[in-house]
Design a protein around this ligand. Structure first.
Ligand code: GLC
Length: 414
C-alpha cells in the first residue's frame, strides 16, 4: 500500500524552508531578549554565575553527571595550560524507582555510587573533596553551588525535588553515607559543562549544545556570564498536528515543544505517528525508539533486509520492500526536520553574540542524536551553509564526547 500523495503531503508538512528558518531566528532572538529582561518567555535564559575557564585550572577533582538513565562519576586531573591528565570514570544505571520514585532514594543512590567509586579507585572516603555536579535539568541558580529544580524534564518525576535545592539534597545524602568531607562546590547544566570542557582547550568555543535524550544550549552573554538558554522549551516554531498530539499525550503537555521535535527522547515517537498514517496496514508497537529510526535510516542493505529484521524483532512480522522504503522515508522526513531546526537554533545563538558573523565560533556538541544518527551532524552543517553561505566557515561544530563530567571537574576547579 504505497500512497504517493500522502507521502508528498507529509514531506511538505515537515519541511522547514529557509524563510521559515529566518523567521525562527528572529523569534528566537526576541524570546532570548525577553527571557534576559525577566519578561514572560518560552526561553528561561537562566543565570549560571559561571564564566568560561581560563585554561589554567589545576588539580585533581571529582565530577558527577546526572541527566538521563545513566549516572557517571569521574575523577580527573587538570594540568593547567589547557591540558588534562589521567581520568577514571564509572557509569551506573538508574532504575525506574530512582527516576520516578522518591527524591530521597534517588539522591541516596547517587551518594552510594560515589562511595563505590571512591572505594574502587582507593580514594580516602574520610578526606575532603570538592566535587563538580552536572545536573541536566532546568535549575534556578542561587549561586555557584546551589540551585533549585524548577521542574523535571525528560520523564523524570522523583518526588520532593521540584522547588528544592538539589545540592542540599545531595549533600544530605552524602552525609548519610558517611561522606561528609565530599562536598558539592559547583553545580552546572550539561550544556555549561560541555562548553566549559571544550573551551578549556579551545578559546574560540562559545556555544555548548546537547542533542541527545533532551536538547538545550548555553553561551556567554555580554558581561561574559554563561547563560543556560533551556531552548528545549522554545515554542514559536510551526507545529504539525503530529506534534500537537504527541505533546498532548506526553507527561508534560505544553512544555518542551522544541525538545519534542528535535531530541532523542521523542524522535522515534514522531516517526511512529507519521508512519502510522503512511502505512495504515502496519501495526506499530507503542514504543518506537529513536534508535530504530537511526538504524532504519542507516540501512543500505539489499531490499532493506536489515529494516525487515528490526521490524520482526519489534513484533511487525511481515513487511514488504515498499513498506520498508516508505518507513525509511518517514525517518528521513522527521530527522531532516529535527536537524534543520537544530541548525536554526544554533544560528540564532551565534548571531545573538555576533550578528555579522565576523569571528570564529566553536560549537561544542554532545549527545546521542548528534553522535550516533547517521546523517544528523552532516545535515546541521549543510543547513548552516544554507543560512550563512560562505561565512559558515567561521562556525566549527565539534563533537565533544562525555564532556559533561569533565566540564563539571573544571568548574569545581575554577
Ligand atoms: C532538558 C533539560 C536541560 C538539559 C537538556 C539536555 O532539556 O531541561 O536542562 O540541558 O535536557 O540534557
Amino acid at each position: 500500500m504505497y500512497d504517493k500523495s500522502t507521502l508528498k503531503k507529509s514531506e511538505k508538512l515537515f519541511y522547514v524552508s529557509l524563510p521559515e528558518i529566518r523567521k525562527f531566528v528572529r523569534d528566537f532572538h526576541q524570546e532570548m531578549w525577553k527571557g534576559l529582561c525577566g519578561k514572560k518567555s518560552s526561553l528561561k535564559m537562566i543565570h549560571t554565575y559561571l564564566r568560561k575557564p581560563t585554561g589554567s585550572e589545576k588539580g585533581r577533582f571529582l565530577a558527577l553527571d546526572l541527566g538521563g538513565t545513566h549516572f557517571r562519576v569521574m575523577s580527573l586531573e587538570l594540568k593547567g595550560k589547557r591540558k588534562t591528565g589521567a581520568s577514571s570514570v564509572k557509569t551506573f544505571v538508574l532504575g525506574k524507582k530512582h527516576i520516578t520514585g522518591k527524591g530521597k532514594e534517588l539522591f541516596d543512590f547517587i551518594a552510594g555510587c560515589i562511595k563505590i567509586f571512591m572505594k574502587e579507585y582507593k580514594l580516602d572516603t574520610g578526606a575532603e573533596y570538592s566535587v563538580g555536579f552536572t545536573f541536566s535539568f532546568p535549575v534556578k541558580k542561587k549561586g555557584i553551588a546551589s540551585g533549585v529544580l524548577l521542574r523535571w524534564t525528560k520523564d523524570f518525576s522523583a518526588s520532593g525535588v521540584e522547588g528544592k535545592d538539589v545540592v542540599e539534597l545531595l549533600n544530605a545524602s552524602l552525609e548519610r553515607k558517611g561522606l561528609s568531607g565530599t562536598k558539592i562546590t559547583a553545580l552546572a547544566n550539561d550544556t555549561v559543562s560541555t562548553l566549559t570542557a571544550r573551551s578549556y582547550e579551545d578559546p574560540d568555543c562559545d556555544v555548548g549544545v546537547i542533542l541527545g535524550t533532551g536538547t538545550n544550549a548555553c553561551y556567554p552573554e555580554k558581561d561574559r556570564e554563561i547563560v543556560n538558554i533551556e531552548w528545549g522549551n522554545f515554542n514559536k516554531q510551526r507545529l504539525t498536528h503530529y506534534d500537537r498530539k504527541l505533546d498532548k499525550c506526553s507527561g508534560n503537555p505544553g512544555e518542551q515543544l522544541f525538545e519534542k521535535m528535535v531530541s532523542g527522547m521523542y524522535l522515534g515517537e514522531v516517526v511512529r505517528r507519521l508512519a502510522k498514517d503512511l502505512l495504515p496496514g502496519i501495526n506499530f508497537p507503542k514504543y518506537f525508539k529513536s534508535e530504530y529510526a537511526s538504524a532504519i535510516e542507516s540501512d543500505t542493505s539489499k531490499g532493506l533486509r536489515k529494516t525487515g529484521s528490526l521490524l520482526k524483532k519489534i513484533g511487525i512480522k511481515s513487511s514488504d520492500y515498499a513498506d520498508r522504503k516508505l518507513l525509511k522515508k518517514a525517518c528521513v522526513i522527521v530527522s531532516t526536520r529535527a536537524s534543520r531546526l537544530a541548525a536554526a537554533a544554533i544560528a540564532s545563538v551565534i548571531t545573538k553574540m555576533d550578528p555579522r558573523l565576523g569571528r570564529r565560533h566553536t560549537v561544542a556538541i554532545d549527545g546521542s542524536v548528534y553522535e550516533k544518527h547517521p546523517r544528523f551532524s552532516c545535515r546541521v552543517k549543510n543547513t548552516l551553509k544554507e543560512i550563512f553561505g560562505g561565512k559558515a566557515r567561521h562556525i566549527k561544530l565539534v563533537l565533544t564526547k562525555s564532556a559533561s563530567a569533565k566540564g563539571a571537574a573544571i568548574i569545581a576547579a575554577a
